[in-house]
Design a protein around this ligand. Structure first.
Ligand SMILES: *[C@@H]1O[C@H](CO)[C@@H](O)[C@H](O)[C@H]1NC(C)=O
Length: 430
């Protein structure tokens, strides 16, 4: 293009021809500008055969002063400027986006990911699987060397059952630990919240651990409001994860009938027992809500799932898991909230304006294997094939008379007393 323009300019450098040519060029520029701006996509685009004829006559007549070539030249210049402009706009947009990401700390995460793993092309249909098994953190023994030493002895395959207990739940702790011993599970640990519980566990040969009295978390416990205590479990768990262990967190109102470690998938950040009582409530369903005033669009579909039970879940030592513990502990320290509700909200709510969701991976445990007491007492025991179900654990979470129901469960499943459960109503009588 440039070379051609030079030739044109050089061509008009002598005598009258010069002024004539200058006029022609001036007129050409003028017409060209009008054409370029009034018809940015070209004057002769969507043309009829008739205008095509006009065009050829136009070309012939304008050939001496070369205005058509000037027009084309200017048009292409305008186009290239517009292209440059679009290119600049794109650059500005990319920079703005980068700045936004940088501010939100997301660019950092993307860079981190690129350092850790290679970028891959998406494979063919049916071969693409997203990441749900997040990498585990590098164990950091400095966070608690004493616990690190203890866990080396207690854990198997870097995993163990952990329960928090104080002396008020001693009788349940008794049934709980007896059931674990009976099944032959060696990798479990009681976090004793007081000296009496520690002594009790030691006297029974139950692996136990009490935190150092000057520990920050323990001083929270001593001085604390109720809010702080409900968050304690999540703060204590954090250290186990930081040390690189997977924890099966267990409440004390649970009877073990098989080894749970034989029934885990271990593919998600959190694998949890459900408060649900059938396939829909435990695993999720599409609940249709109706608003008749909307007529044609009166049905709104909603995603529903019964909450995960924050008293029995398996948590892997990953970044999303640790962030979950931190988020739950933080919210519980600031307001009087139910820890199970907070646990589920953090696990389930997506990102939205003003909120970054956690996006941890989740798996619901089989509710017939990891069974809550509603499934047992309200549903399953009345069914003809009740005997075919072999639960791994039974959690007396739905009933306030926990200790007698735990003992009855042991009688039924361990000692074979067929009528051991009969005396108990389906639900509580308030
Ligand atoms: C519940 O789901 C399981 C598989 O997850 C299936 O085998 C069973 O038939 C389902 N039960 C009902 C009542 O749909």
């Amino acid at each position: 293009m440039t070379g051609r323009r030079e030739t044109l300019l050089r061509g008009g450098s002598q005598g009258i021809r010069v002024s004539r040519l200058a006029m022609a060029v001036g007129a050409g520029i003028f017409v060209g500008c009008i054409f370029a701006f009034a018809y940015p996509h070209g004057f002769f685009r969507s043309e009829t055969p008739q205008t095509q004829q006009q065009r050829s006559s136009l070309q012939v007549s304008s050939a001496p002063c070369e205005s058509s070539e000037r027009t084309n030249l200017l048009k292409s210049e305008v186009n290239s400027l517009m292209e440059k402009n679009a290119g600049l706009k794109k650059q500005v947009r990319e920079l703005t986006l980068k700045l936004q990401q940088e501010e939100q700390g997301k660019d950092q995460a993307q860079k981190q990911f690129l350092v850790l793993g290679k970028q891959h092309k998406a494979g063919p249909v049916g071969t693409v699987k997203s990441l749900r098994t997040n990498p585990t953190v590098l164990p950091d023994e400095t966070v608690n060397p004493r616990l690190a030493k203890l866990l080396k002895k207690v854990a198997i395959n870097r995993e163990l059952i952990v329960a928090l207990a104080d002396i008020h739940v001693r009788d349940m702790l008794n049934v709980w630990s007896d059931s674990i011993k009976r099944v032959g599970i060696p990798n479990y640990l009681v976090v004793a919240l007081d000296d009496d519980t520690l002594k009790y566990c030691e006297s029974k040969g139950v692996p136990a651990y009490k935190r150092d009295p000057d520990d920050k978390v323990d001083s929270v416990l001593r001085t604390a409001s109720n809010h702080a205590i409900s968050g304690l479990k999540f703060q204590i768990l954090r250290e186990f994860l930081q040390l690189g262990y997977s924890v099966l967190l267990s409440d004390i109102d649970i009877v073990y009938l098989q080894n749970p470690f034989d029934h885990l998938y271990r593919d998600c950040d959190v694998e949890s027992m459900s408060d649900g009582h059938d396939n829909m409530t435990a695993y999720g369903y599409n609940d249709v809500s109706e608003d008749p005033k909307m007529g044609w669009a009166r049905f709104a579909h909603t995603m529903r799932i019964w909450v995960y039970n924050s008293g029995f879940f398996y948590i892997r030592p990953t970044i999303p898991s640790i962030e979950l513990l931190d988020r739950v502990a933080d919210r519980l320290s600031k307001a009087k909230l139910w820890d199970q509700a907070v646990f589920n909200e953090e696990l389930y709510f997506p990102s939205h304006p003003g909120y970054d969701g956690l996006h941890a991976s989740r798996r619901t445990m089989d509710f017939y294997l990891f069974m809550n007491s509603k499934v047992l007492f309200k549903i399953l025991r009345h069914e003809h094939n009740f005997a075919q179900y072999k639960p791994v654990v039974l959690h007396v979470n739905y009933h306030p008379d926990k200790l007698p129901r735990m003992k009855a469960i042991v009688e039924y499943y361990v000692n074979g007393k067929q009528d051991a459960l009969k005396a108990f109503p389906d639900g509580s009588d308030w």
